[in-house]
Write a protein that binds this ligand. Structure first.
Ligand SMILES: [Mg+2]
Length: 104
C-alpha cells in the first residue's frame, strides 16, 4: 500500500461528524500525545524499552490524522512525503541537517 492508497482508505473511516477541521486537528494532537505516553511509560516503567506494538498502533493513529487532515485541505499524502524527503535531502547536501528553523 502506498501513501495515497492509505489516505484514500483512511477517509472511509471518518464519520460525518468527524469531517471537520476541529476534530481532525484535535485528533492529531491527541494521538501525538498518546505516542508520547507510550514513550514516557517506557522510560518510567521499563528502563526505556518501548512496547513496539503499542507504539506502532499509536503511530498508526497519528498517520490516520495526518492523512485525513491533509485530505481535508486537498493535499495528497505522497506529496507531503516526497516534499519532506526533498527538504531533508537538500539540507543534507548543504550540510544544514542540524540546526534550527524551517527554512534553512
Ligand atoms: Mg491512539
Amino acid at each position: 500500500m502506498n501513501l495515497n492508497e492509505y489516505q484514500q482508505k483512511a477517509k472511509e473511516f471518518l464519520l460525518p461528524s468527524a469531517q471537520n477541521l476541529q476534530y481532525l486537528s484535535l485528533g492529531l494532537l491527541a494521538e501525538a500525545g498518546e505516542v508520547a505516553d507510550v514513550l514516557a511509560k517506557a522510560v518510567r516503567d521499563h528502563e526505556g524499552k518501548v512496547d513496539q506494538d503499542k507504539l506502532s498502533r499509536e503511530l498508526g493513529d497519528v498517520l490516520f490524522f495526518v492523512a485525513t487532515l491533509a485530505d481535508y485541505y486537498g493535499i495528497r499524502l505522497d506529496t507531503i512525503g516526497q516534499g519532506n524527503i526533498n527538504k531533508l535531502t537538500d539540507r543534507l547536501q548543504r550540510n544544514v541537517i542540524q540546526g534550527f528553523g524551517d527554512y534553512r
